[in-house]
Write a protein that binds this ligand. Structure first.
Ligand code: ADP
Ligand code: MG
Length: 335
């Protein structure tokens, strides 16, 4: 007999992941769609589409439909979900058995958008669809005991948004979301290089700089990196050498906003839960948690222990996939 096929989808602003209980992460691709603007046809989704960003001829555009943490372009988001479900179906064989799907939706989405996401996953071949709050999924995926009455703090620094939440008993006690996260850091780097060197670089180069020599606001051994962009004066390609200190400094303001969101959430914490937080600390997750020095910097600033989740880019997807067991438990309890 076949066991029930259960999958989780992390519909992130930067990356979309599919997790199956049986096979683990089966799909991990950028949340990017390439579209022909004349025919409105979807040409590519995911990795293939990301490679087109900034390189496509006029009538093809590569867009990120969830860029700012809300569903900026609903039709394109649906198309993307359909394509992802189709790929997952090939990998997991939905043709034989329809899966139960849990999707975590961006916290900025409205109830109409949530409904629409659920419908499009269903249309793409799901037997049943459940939606879950993203911080709860992140907590489950980071291995926290979410169904116990102890408080856990999750800070999820993604592409479009940073979400800070205090979770207890499987629910969100208090939460904050700001639209400052990885994308904003990339943008800070683009602006800095334009202002300082009169050189224009693209989003992908900015992201590479951030990952390679970007640091949170800590002292560290200075690193350098050579990059190429377009000289705004001559219009020609130009090579410049960047230092890690200047990159850290240009991201300072955005990083301080992220810190402020964490502080504000901790200040909202019900006093009965404060003790747990001092004991258990704060878990950092999402791709932004991988910025060098992040754990050290945040823990210096908030005086409680800080840990990076063991798999920041995958914790939400893993948590979404594992959430079904909690959802079934809750449904049984409600009956
Ligand atoms: P989302 O859930 O919004 O899709 P992710 O959790 O997948 O976002 O994180 C994506 C963000 O993490 C991007 O802005 C990416 O540049 C950033 N990121 C990934 N790896 C690193 C790294 N090593 N250092 C700094 N930032 C990183
Ligand atoms: Mg995410």
């Amino acid at each position: 007999m076949f066991s029930n096929l259960e999958i989780g989808i992390d519909l992130g602003t930067a990356n979309i992941l599919v997790y199956s209980k049986q096979k683990g992460i089966v799909l991990n691709e950028p949340s990017v769609v390439a579209i022909d603007t004349e025919t409105k046809q979807v040409l590519a989704v995911g990795t293939e589409a990301k490679q087109m960003i900034g390189k496509t001829p006029g009538k093809i555009v590569a867009i990120r439909p969830l860029k700012d943490g809300v569903i900026a372009d609903y039709d394109v988001t649906t198309e993307m979900l359909k394509a992802i479900m189709k790929k997952a179906s090939k990998l997991l064989g939905f043709a034989i058995r329809k899966p139960s799907v849990v999707v975590c939706t961006p916290s900025g989405s409205t109830s109409v958008e949530r409904r629409a996401i659920s419908d499009s996953v269903k249309n793409a071949g799901a037997k049943e669809v459940h939606l879950i709050e993203e911080p709860v999924a992140a907590a489950i995926g980071s291995g926290l005991p979410v169904d116990e009455p102890t408080a856990n703090v999750i800070v999820d620094i993604g592409g479009g948004t940073t979400e800070v939440a205090i979770i207890s008993f499987g629910g969100v006690v208090t939460a904050n979301s700001i639209r400052i996260a990885g994308d904003r850091l990339d943008d800070d780097i683009i602006q800095h290089i334009r202002k300082t060197y009169n050189v224009l670089i693209g989003e992908r180069t900015a992201e590479q700089i951030k990952m390679e020599i970007g640091y949170a606001l800590i002292e560290h051994e200075q690193q350098t990196m050579e990059i190429r962009g377009r000289d705004l004066v001559t219009g020609l390609p130009k090579t410049i050498t960047l230092h890690s200190y200047e990159i850290r400094d240009c991201m300072k303001e955005s990083l301080l906003h992220i810190l402020e969101a964490i502080r504000a959430t901790l200040e909202d914490c019900p006093p009965e839960l404060s003790g747990d937080i001092v004991d258990r600390g704060v878990i950092l997750t999402g791709g932004g948690a991988l910025l060098k020095g992040m754990e050290e910097w945040i823990s210096e600033e908030i005086f409680v222990p800080v840990h990076v989740s063991s798999n920041p880019l995958e914790s939400v997807a893993i948590g979404t996939g594992k959430a079904l067991q909690y959802i079934h438990k809750l449904q049984k309890a409600a009956k």
